[in-house]
Design a protein. Sequence first.
Length: 313
Amino acid sequence: MGTPEFAVESLRCLVEGGYNVVGVITMPDKPAGRGHKIQFSPVKQYALEHDLPLLQPEKLKDETFIAALKAWRADLQIVVAFRMLPEIVWSMPRYGTFNLHASLLPQYRGAAPINWAVMNGDTETGITTFFLKHEIDTGEVIQQVKVPISDTDDVGIVHDRLMLLGGTLVIETVNAIINGTVKSIPQEKMAVVGELRPAPKIFKDTCRIDWNNSVKKIYDHVRGLSPYPAAWTELYQPDAELLSPVKIYQTEKIVKAHTRQAGSIETDGKTYLHVAVADGFIDVKSLQLPGKKRLSTEELLRGFKITNDCLFK
């Protein structure tokens, strides 16, 4: 059960590993893009390409869906980046249902664990397989793999790293369940350093940059949202009637004492764009204007005027 690209790797490993995948469950098709055309999810696309039986329920308690799921007679269900399942679904197989989660549980329970780990400046994350139970992301842990986060990694890099390792961990977990060698651990008995951090769904307001924060906090915020959904701010230009929303994808840190207003801009109008923050400057390296493609700062300044009178708000 899964929908995005992150889930495809696990499905691919199962198929190519010769496991009997009796069916795939993914979200219903939805319109996307400017033309609102119906696009298949990455998981659905893979399932169709490999002639795998497919279900796309609107409601997971729907009687027709439950009957179709029972008819597959699966011994084990695997969930990767899907929805919260009702008990009638996760308790159905004789071996139960396990989930692949992109964090070191019990840290970062929720919908966006990779983003929040990077946004919070963590130096380590990982992946976890665990058995499902009533409360979301709280079931007994089966296996975990730790992964370092470099100071230069953005969420896209960490996502791809965890996605590949996740496919391998899913196979290892399946084999352990089949062989009867699983020794799962209740999360409440696992050692945790520091307080538990949540990983709630990311909304537009979550992505807005607060220029009153420190260099490191803003730097981590940007890379924790790059390339998707992207941190953003608004550009004030003295001669413009409206503020322009700007997405920022890549920055560098400049720790330096100054007396400038937070959000004020220093630029030569050609090669660099520095934004004043609490304890220094954010050197903006890559950004995007509305209706335009992502550009380096130098590329953007060749065709768009930003001066020292401008502000990011």
